[in-house]
Every structure is written in C-alpha cells, then in structure tokens.
Design a protein around this ligand. Structure first.
Ligand code: BG6
Length: 465
C-alpha cells in the first residue's frame, strides 16, 4: 500500500539538506511524489526559513532546476517545530498528517533520539499507521542493536521498519545481482574453484568534513564497514534468491552473513589520519579509526578458503568504490607475460561509485613476433551506456512510500553483521597513524600480501575533488 504522507524528523539537519531535499526534488520531477511532506525539527525556524533552506539545498545539488517543479514541491511542504520528548509536538504532527491512512516517518536524527520519537508517535496514536525509516548505523554493536530493535518493536512491527543502508539504493550495487544472475558467463565460475580472492575498497579523498562529532562517535567500522561494505559483499557472494521479494533477498543475505566468521583482531588493521585529532568535534585523545582493513572468511561450500578483503578510509589518495574479483591463474605452460607486465590473473572489477561500470581484465596476445601475453580491459561505463540514472535516496524514499523492503535491511541481517565485528569492536586493534593522501597504514598491505597485494584501483580518472 502506498503511503499518503511523508514526515521527515531532523528536517533542518545535514542529511535532509544534502540528500533528502534533492531526492524529493527529483521525485517531484519524475512525478513520483504526490503526497505532502511534513518536516519536524526542534530548531525554531519559521515556515519561510524552512522552505528557503530546502530551496537553497536543492539549487546547490541540482543543475538546471525546473522552477515549476521546485515550486510544486515547496508548496507541498510544511514544518512542525517542537521538542521530540513533548506530547504537544506529536499532537501538532497528528494534525499536519491529517487523515493519511499510512505515513512514512523518516528518522534523520541521532540514534539517541529514536525512542523519544517512536514513543511520541505511539502515545499520539500515530504508530499503527506508520512506516519508520531508520538511518544507519543501526545500533553501535550487537547488544545495542538488539536493544534498539526491542525498543522499536514495543511500538511497531518488523514489517513497519525500513532500515536504511543507502548503498542498497545504488544502481551499481543492485547491478551486482543482475550481473551475476542474468548472465551465463560468470555463475559457473563464481566459487572457490575459480576465484582466488575478493577485495572491496571504499576510499574517500575527503576527511570528516564538519561531521567530526558524529564521526568520532562511530569510526570507519561502524560508519561504513558494518553496513555498506558488508552489504556489497553479500550482494557479491550470496546464493541466488528464489525471487526478488524483500523476504527472499534478505533470507539469502542472512544465510551468507551468518557463514562469515567473526573477524579476529590479528586480521584487522585500524588507522587514523594524521590531523584527525585537530578536526572540530573530535576528542583530542580520540582512539577512533578513520581507516580499517580486514580479512574475512566465508565458511560455506561456495567460498571456503577464498580470502575476502575489505578496506575503507578517509583522507585517502583517491576517492574510489570498487569490488574486485580475482580469478585463479591458469597453468602458465605456454606463454610468458610481455616485458614490464607481471603475469596477472583475470580480474572482474565492479566500479560502484562515481563513474560506475564494470571492467574485465583479460590476457591477449601482445603484438610482436613472440607469443607473449598482455593484459587488456573490456570496460563499460554505465553513464555512457544509459545516461543519467536515479540517485540512491530518491529510490529509497520511493521504496519506503511504496512499502517495498527490497532496498532495506532486515534485523537478522543487521545483527549478523554486528556479530562479525563483535570482537573487533570490543578489543580494538592498535591504531596506526597514516598520512592524508596515502593508501592508509602499510600494514594493510601485509594483510593481503599472500595473494599478491591490493589490485591497483582503476577509477582514478573519475576521482571526485
Ligand atoms: C555515509 C557515511 O553513510 O556514506 C559517510 O556516513 C560516507 O561517512 C558516505 O562519506 C559515502 O556515501 P557515498 O554514497 O558517497 O559512497
């Protein structure tokens, strides 16, 4: 059933400004937004200030704004101001929501405010007609995620909760499933017999950019590895779902995540960029990691023995989001690599961020009289093939309004991903400093040395500033 109203808690905040308002504009442009939008915030803005803020955010994020579309969106928006602990806030919200049969409540707020909001909704009689969209990270570890879920379940059922991981809204991440299960070429070799290792990298050139206070409370593992990177890994390694329903996809993801061994401290590197401690909002003696790399093991029939490497960091040499699948070397009985090239295996590279696409690295005959091999890439750029595509938040908001769980995470999958990091979070590995603009601490290279090191990143050409 389609929701009839959208409520944004945290409507004066950063997420609303950077992601949600631009997404709403695109939805309006594509005729996907035919319901009123109500913002809720504790900041005492007037209706005009609220609307102007949304207009400014949209103009900043969108090229060539269509004024009619913008006006239509802005006129459907209003703001309710109030303390999230006060019943009066929810009474006013109830009036703003009116007689909508179903409302999406998007909690773009700090996790410690979640229960105040859900209790407020329940006490005002709004919870039974609610869908709750909750931002990641869901909890801080296994115990707190369970506790948060129990608190939410006091008020709503699991099927009313939409846990956001915006990577599940990326077309490039969804493509992993299509690529694997809509092509005959890859599935037969997608296992331990043919794949030597998998590497997933999420590097960002920028640092914490004004989010120091938030970031210092989470760090790289909680901010992106527990959610974004494990979701990418699940899409890459799960068994085919029986259909594309949210339930079937989640069932396969949970099966996969539960086969991942809890990661050992010895197989984790944690780093912090030099200068992080001077960032506004960061504790002067912070032990929070801005880089992490780890080696994982999937103990199931398909993947046993195939090492999986994940790494992420801020203030890196480049911005890059890639999943690399390295195949086993064939027996090298016949050909030698051309001078200057190492004998390299076949590599499938999913470029998932800016400039997304896929590269397949193959060996071909090097020119010349000798039978030497040389690596070449078969590449596709999705933007060249398909033109402009939807942004993640547009697709996620739309899915929550439609009531489709396909692009959200289920509680058992969330708990499995916290379980994988349980020891890593309780007994953090020593923190290694690294220079801004580098590839992180050098011990992250040692972690993967036995399989030939990290495959060089490919999307430098698309690097964001
Ligand atoms: C967010 C993290 O979830 O994802 C940020 O909190 C990170 O720290 C961001 O920068 C990256 O998202 P994207 O879509 O730009 O890869």
């Amino acid at each position: 059933m389609r929701a009839e109203c959208l409520v944004l808690f945290g409507a004066t905040g950063d997420l609303a400004k950077k992601k949600l308002f631009p997404a709403l504009y695109h939805m309006q442009l594509n005729n996907e937004l035919d319901i009123p939008v109500v913002g809720v915030a504790s900041t005492r803005w007037t209706q005009e200030e609220f609307k102007q803020n949304a207009v400014d955010a949209i103009r900043k994020a969108v090229k060539d704004v269509d004024e009619n579309v913008l006006n239509a969106l802005i006129s459907s928006m209003r703001l309710v101001i109030g303390d999230y602990r006060e019943p009066a806030t929810f009474e006013e919200l109830g009036i703003a929501v009116g007689n909508a049969a179903l409302t999406v409540y998007y909690l773009a707020i700090a996790p410690d405010q979640f229960t105040a909001v859900t209790n407020g909704l329940a006490n005002a009689g709004l919870a039974s007609k609610a869908r709750l969209v909750v931002e990641k990270p869901f909890g801080r570890d296994l115990e707190s995620a369970k506790a948060l879920n129990e608190a939410l379940e006091q008020v709503v059922r699991e099927d009313q909760i939409y846990r956001i991981d915006h990577y599940l809204g990326k077309e490039s991440v969804e493509d992993l499933l299509v690529f694997r299960f809509a092509n005959t070429l890859f599935e037969p070799v997608w296992n331990r017999r043919y794949i030597s290792n998998i590497q997933i990298t999420m590097f960002e050139k920028f640092g914490v950019e004004g989010r120091g206070r938030f970031y210092d409370g989470v760090g790289a593992m909680r901010d992106v590895l527990q959610n974004h990177l494990l979701q990418v890994l699940a899409m890459l390694t799960m068994e085919p779902p029986i259909d594309l329903s949210g339930e079937s996809i989640q069932n396969e993801k949970v099966k996969l995540l539960s086969a991942i061994r809890e990661v050992e401290p010895a197989e984790i590197v944690r780093g912090q960029y030099v200068g992080y401690l001077d960032e506004p909002g960061v504790a002067p003696d912070s032990d929070v990691e801005t880089f992490t790399a780890m080696r994982l093991h999937i103990d199931n029939w398909r993947w046993a023995g195939v090492p999986i490497f994940l790494r992420t960091g801020k203030r890196m040499a480049e911005t890059s989001l890639e999943a690399v699948v390295e195949f086993q070397q064939p027996p090298r009985l016949l050909f030698k690599p051309v001078e200057g090239h190492l004998s390299s295996p076949n590599v499938l590279r999913f470029r998932l961020g800016v400039g997304d696409g896929v590269d397949i690295q193959l060996q071909v005959k090097a020119p010349g009289s000798q039978m030497f091999t040389s690596p070449v890439d078969l590449s596709v750029e999705f933007s060249a093939a398909f033109g402009e595509r939807q942004e993640a938040y547009e697709r996620l908001l739309d899915a929550a309004i439609e009531g489709d769980h396909f692009r959200f995470t289920r509680i058992d999958a969330v708990l499995e991903s916290w379980r994988i990091l349980n020891t890593a979070l309780k007994q953090p590995a020593a923190l290694e400093p690294y220079e801004s603009g580098s590839h992180g601490p050098t011990c992250a290279d040692d972690l993967i040395a036995d399989v030939g090191g990290w495959n060089p990143l490919h999307n430098a050409a698309f690097t964001e500033n």
